[in-house]
Design a binder for this molecule. Structure first.
Ligand SMILES: O=P(O)(O)OC[C@H]1O[C@H](O)[C@H](O)[C@@H](O)[C@@H]1O
Length: 615
């Protein structure tokens, strides 16, 4: 079964797809949606068909529309069109500090908006942004690396974005199937044989999202680009796109002169991981000899970890699963936050009587592990484990985490490990930036980590790297072995002894209906903020509840031996509600408190919470 967020519908192709209604200011026309499932011809733009699903009714002022080039209505192998697109179309592709969109047709209600010409314009826009940033003059050719995960739209988007970059005079280096952290790493690696360091890097991925989505993450040696940079790039892309002509997109002379090279960079990245474990074990060649470690890559890009990292270190990897890239993700969503995914790796560990299981998300910036008894090291437990490892190396250091971490984790970090827990906001970029900020004002921090499985260490240039988190765990196994401590993954399990875990823990996601009249035309964010304000006011007078004295996101409240946090999702029109409590009854009391406060907001879908309190 493919991973989808909606129903898969059959593609229906039509040849007469477009009716230009010159009398109307609302027009049905062929949006520039390409049929992305066809094999790509590098360097060639081919619009072969447009599906009926891709017909859009967009509100375009008549003049703007007619001032643009002709819209060809018979989609066929020879017809290429470049319809005008509003700037808002591009800005809607922004997802926090990433670009994300629908790249593949086939899910009902999700029309393709990340097309090849849009990707080409984004490539050219990144080129212009980078040139400004690096203040490069025309004599210096900037170099950009491009990698991708296993998604079926990867190659088409890679070719399109490469054309945009190379067409702007940059040197493009293709890495093929790669991980997001490897891409950032390529801006730091000093090895001219591999054309490194690059000035900028792009990962084509939509992380753990369904198969039809895709997107871009951008890096320079200063780290991942932030929200303001992405907005800037998308605004530039809109201008560039609207200057494209069908001829400029298909000009083969221009394409032949582009500088696009291919390099096996993943071999550099993986050998760095191998070296890190060997070094930590006292320069032993095979420090994991005899350990049986199974990997589940969920058919994403992380399959390399078994053959290129674990095996050279001496580990047995038989029983590893879903290592082959398959962009339809036929086995489970590659995401350590997903229950089915965690069940799959746990089963693999138990079935194979392995010492350890390791699981990654699609682009390998999230990870989790499972010990030999099937106990999961994910969410708060993964943070506790990493905090224990890092605090052994850096006593007293501050551990920065996301906002949905448990009270038990704070007690563990502060009372058992002697560190400081700084619970910040959700979002890997937020926690990393906060850790960097703390260091800059003199508060030492060595670890920024989320319950989602994202994590970054100061020693690793604050690279958000799921594979490196696992390397730290492997180091612990290897060094315990080197110092004569046996027992496989017991050494890891022992590190989180004393972590208190709630009997009840749940996350409910309450959707905001953006079209609801209660929003009065305002944004979902504004509406969500109002819900939060109302909740905050309503709990003020309840003696059973205490607002968290320090809180950076949403409304976090303790009471009935547990806590809840209601906050706005980073990207979606959703208010995620986390509840932890010592038992179901107390969890219910917390749920009822929230429900009483939010039920009057008609634009908020509280059905998940209703269901919870009724059950
Ligand atoms: O706010 P949410 O909807 O829970 O999403 C939060 C998540 O968004 C993205 O996936 C980010 O990459 C994660 O770092 C973050 O944890």
């Amino acid at each position: 079964m493919a991973v989808t967020s909606g129903k898969i519908v059959q593609n229906v192709f039509v040849s007469h797809c477009c009716q230009q209604n010159r009398q109307s200011s609302r027009r049905d026309y062929c949006a520039p949606y390409t049929r992305n499932l066809l094999p790509s011809t590098p360097g060639k733009l081919t619009w072969t068909a447009i599906s009926s699903m891709q017909l859009r009714t967009l509100s375009i002022p008549q003049n703007d529309f007619t001032n643009r080039r002709n819209i060809l209505c018979n989609a066929s192998a020879s017809s290429t069109v470049v319809p005008f697109l509003e700037k808002t179309y591009f800005l809607r592709l922004q997802n926090g500090s990433d670009i994300r969109g629908v790249a593949v047709d086939g899910v009902e209600g999700e029309g393709v908006n990340l097309t090849e010409p849009v990707a080409e314009a984004i490539g050219a826009a990144f080129a212009a942004w980078l040139a400004d940033k690096k203040q490069a003059d025309a004599s210096r050719h900037l170099r950009v690396s491009i990698g991708h995960d296993s998604r079926i739209s990867a190659k088409l988007l890679q070719n399109a974005i490469s054309r945009g970059l190379a067409g702007a005079g940059l040197e493009v280096v293709l890495y093929g199937l790669a991980s997001t952290p490897a891409m950032f790493n390529s801006t730091l690696t000093k090895d001219e044989a591999f054309l490194c360091p690059v000035d900028g890097s792009i990962m084509i991925t939509a992380s753990h999202l369904p198969f039809n989505r895709n997107g871009f993450k951008f890096f320079t040696n200063a780290g991942g680009l932030g929200k303001a940079d992405i907005k800037d790039i998308l605004e530039r892309a809109a201008n560039i796109y609207n200057q494209f002509t069908a001829e400029s997109l298909t000009n083969s002379e221009r394409k032949d002169s582009l500088s696009i090279k291919t390099v096996d960079y993943m071999s550099v990245y993986t050998s760095d991981l191998v070296k890190a474990v060997r070094k930590a074990a006292g320069n032993i060649e095979k420090p994991l000899e005899g350990f049986h470690i199974v990997v589940d890559a969920g058919n994403g890009a992380g399959g390399f970890f078994a053959a290129k990292v674990l095996e050279p270190l001496g580990a047995i990897t038989s029983g590893s699963q879903f290592l082959e890239p398959d962009g339809l993700f036929p086995n489970h969503i590659p995401n350590p936050e997903d229950k089915t995914a965690m069940k799959a790796i746990t089963k693999a560990v138990l079935d194979n009587k392995a010492d350890l299981g390791i699981i990654f998300d699609t682009d390998v910036d999230r990870s989790a592990a499972v010990d030999s008894t099937g106990r999961e090291f994910n969410r708060n437990r993964l943070i506790a484990l990493m905090a224990a490892i890092v605090l052994e190396e850096h006593p007293g250091t501050t551990i920065v985490t996301d906002s949905v971490t448990s009270d038990g984790l704070t007690t563990f970090i502060e009372k058992k490990l002697g560190g400081k827990h700084h619970r910040f906001k959700r979002g890997y970029k937020n926690v990393i930036d906060e850790a960097v900020r703390l260091n800059s004002i003199g508060e030492e921090s060595h670890l920024a980590i989320e319950t989602s499985g994202h994590g970054a260490l100061k020693e690793n240039n604050w690279l958000d790297d799921g594979a490196y988190l696992m390397v730290k765990i492997l180091n612990k196994l290897a060094s315990a072995r080197a110092s004569g401590v046996g027992g496989g993954s017991n050494v890891l399990t022992g590190l989180i002894d004393g972590l208190q875990e709630p009997a009840f823990s749940a996350e409910l996601r309450l959707k905001i209906d953006q079209n609801h009249s209660d929003l009065k035309g305002g944004s979902f964010r504004e509406y969500g903020e109002n819900v939060l304000k109302h909740l905050e006011n309503s709990i003020g007078s309840d003696p059973n509840l205490q607002k968290a004295p320090v809180n950076y996101e949403g409304v976090r409240v303790s009471g009935y031996g547990g806590w809840f946090l209601l906050r706005l999702s980073l990207h979606d029109p959703v208010l995620p509600l986390n509840i932890e409590a010592p038992n179901n009854e107390d969890a219910l009391k917390l749920g009822l408190t929230v429900l009483a406060a939010v039920k009057e907001f008609a634009g908020l879908d509280t059905s998940a919470l209703n269901k919870f309190v009724e059950s």
